[in-house]
Design a protein around this ligand. Sequence first.
Ligand code: MG
Length: 471
Amino acid sequence: MKIKTLSLLLLLFSVALGNAADRPPNFVVIFCDDLGYGDLRAFGNPTIKTPNLDRMAEEGQKWTQFYSADPVCTPSRAGLLTGRYPIRNGMTSAKRVVLFPDSSGGLPQEEITIAEVLKQKNYATAAIGKWHLGHLSQYLPMTQGFDSYYGIPYSNDMAKIKSAPNYRAGAEDPDFYPDYKDYDVPLMENDKDIEKPADQNTISKRYTERAVQFIEDNKDKPFFLYLAHSMPHIPLFASEKFRGKSIRGLFGDVIEEIDWSVGQVLDTLRKLNLDTKTIAVFTSDNGPWLAFRTHGGSAGPLRAGKGTSFEGGQRVPTIFWGPGRLPPGVVDQMGSTIDLLKTFASLSGTKAPIDRKMDGYDLSPSLLGSGKSLRNEFFYWNRGLLHAVRSGPWKLHFIQREAINYSRTVPMEKPELYHLEKDISEAYEVSDEHPEVVEYLVQKAEMHKQDTADSLPEQLSALIPNFKYRK
Ligand code: MG
């Protein structure tokens, strides 16, 4: 008995010593664009082959109630990187839904990103892929705590040339393959355009090569890799090796290449013995773009998709991975990309900002298996307006948008109430049966609106004077 106690004490002592000597963990965020809840095998997709993501989910944690900060690109990214609802930093707007090549605005300089928080411990930081928080030099990743940037700075369908064929018509065919020259988007290295139009056939491959290189170059110090794929946002492109392979058509090819990319990143971590020193998360910026039919993803059992505040717009397939640190399993607690900043701060021993209103929760107790997520609510902002609120299993909608043409609102007679745990598809409206829940959620929404009344002015509608698109 005594020997056992002694050896246990010794073990605890050595673990404590090991931890003290340990460097803070690396963080990898793999962020897809417009990937739906139903597009991964781990979340029920029956046709797209994703062996690397399957393994990541088996070794890690599959989070089934995880939300992106907003149902469209720009505000979603602002929320992830700052740990605040995008209304707070002016990054959601009724005037313009996202940033475009003629936009002169971006994420305000005074906002504090995850990269800046991790700089307290001198992390090496890289942003690779889609930025979409301002493409003028004063808004690029290096002004927000990143050491370097490589990628297409906004959506890959922007600056479409006039003579290009209509993609929506093309997307009637699951195998329609676009021409990258129809989209006059730059590939940037730090603050310079290095290729225009960017050859998007190899974009996922080239982002991946850069990511692997960054990990290899920084294997001896803590790092934060933000790998934000341009895919599977339309127009869809895949490298030759993946094209025409998936029975799900071009969309499946694109996801299978992203799966390969995940394998490259995780295998590099394993090879360098960094897997047990790293926390990786795979997620998406918003739901599938349903207007593009088979070229868009699937929200699985969830209602509607991108651009809407139904679950299909914002509940995203999310996997956390941290071998040796995070116990594997399925987590059905609520979480959000807004929570990553505080979670990473907690896990790295850095400090989240305290001089401003933050909306994130530290998810580390649930990740480490020592407690429950503190997130019990979520506010669904959309185009500068509060569309819905969730508390526990209940969700109340104030404004709804059409599933396919999400620029249009759906007329509503009264706020609609759904019970998300009994009714994941938001199919059964139950406000008449639960007036007290409606009343509670109306009050909760009012309090949140008052709390966000001091937000920064909207940043998305300012224009570059005399901007001309290539014809
Ligand atoms: Mg998106």
